[in-house]
Design a protein around this ligand. Sequence first.
Ligand code: SAH
Ligand code: F3S
Length: 481
Amino acid sequence: MEKIIDEKKQGQSLLLDQKEGNSRKLFIESYGCAMNFSDSEIVASILSKEGFNTTQHLEEADLVLVNTCSIRDKAEQTVRKRLEKYNAVKKINPKMKVGVLGCMAERLKSKFLEEEKIVDLVVGPDAYKDLPNLLTEVDEGRDAINVILSKEETYGDIAPVRLNSNGVTAFVSITRGCDNMCTFCVVPFTRGRERSRDPQSIIEEINDLWSKGYKEVTLLGQNVDSYLWYGGGLKKDFDNASEMQKATAVNFAQLLELCAKAQPKMRIRFSTSNPQDFTLDVIETMAKYHNICKHIHLPVQSGSNRILKEMNRLHTREEYFELIDNIQRILPDCAISQDMIAGFPTETEEDHEDTLSLMEYVKYGFGYMFAYSERPGTLAGRKMEDDIPEAIKKRRLKEIVALQQEHSAYRTKAFLNQTVEVLIEKPSKKSDEHWAGRTSQNSMAVFPKAHYKVGDLVKVKVTDCTSATLIGEAIGYSENN
Ligand code: SAH
Ligand code: F3S
């Protein structure tokens, strides 16, 4: 989902359009995946109707909310550290209330209230609409909790308040939950069963964003290719839907097309794709529309057939290669990125070599790589011993990261002397004289500002590069601007 948010952005407090007359102050910060950042925008929208404006100063907050991630142990430790910080601030601001949202809230439930005295409120990812009631309880001096997972909730009817926005790119969530049950993954337990959002509300959100000047949306879901709208309800119940519902159902390729057509100049991205659910018609739809960005985040996790099976990833290495071949044949200029896990239980040196050779085959543009972290409650957590020593996990991870760096540099270099289309997002971090933006393939590009402005789609001639960034010069507006 450009999924893991830039580390530097993690946890940043977020600023929302301030609503006149609101007197209470909300400090909200998010950790983990893009879905959490998107959910915080829904929460801010719900609370803005309850009299809250956001603040960037923890010390003056009436309510502090932290949207949490459980995906690896380290992510949970980060949140625990933040709670210590809130504890210190509460000493100077005793009226401050603290709530935990997201995956850790769902995983730990009432344990949070027992373990962390600072926490007044625990709310799972499907219960945000209950926040006003829960806050009344907190105001009356009681701890409050709602971690009920839903079969229907998609928040399709809530217009998110854009937080910390550059005014150009935005997330639009299209599915919630995941039915895949990869054996290492906690998400199906913390975010519940998979359900899709009404395409009409997705299109309306995109149209609204366009009218406000946004130029790019990323459609978000744990497994976007599994999107299926047949009037609401769980994905797994589709087989029991009526003939009418089946005949009018909308799948992911169709949704992509609807989005691309609704706003032909809005750039469309999506994340994350699971290889087992990725269909050829998605690639063909991508080929048909210039405004669908040519980048697929296609996590594979391992290159070994034996490990893929242990992970309950429902495809083989060979099927993955076939998919890669199809993407490269139909979309020769499409970038592909990965997620990889090093040191899954029972992983041998040979399995690890299979991962490296798979990477050699694909030569990903970039990737997010992790050492296996056992998660309580998952199938691997319950049934498999976490038997790969930390030092070996670290060494294998290091090898995977080093190879990815080589491939990233190889992919970046291929753009040298080419002209690419870049959407300007913000000033470059390194120089105020330069703009930064991304190409369709999701490569970052920087170039002198000249007379261009944020939100412009420009043609950039690439003259130089680092391993991950293109450096060049804008030579005019794109014909798609
Ligand atoms: N479909 C999701 C994937 C969520 S998890 C999405 O849209 O982002 C993101 C990545 O974290 C996974 O692809 C996997 O590589 C990694 N991950 C998940 N569980 C993990 C675990 N227990 N240990 C290490 N990495 C893990
Ligand atoms: Fe997790 Fe696998 Fe779903 S990685 S989010 S269970 S596709």
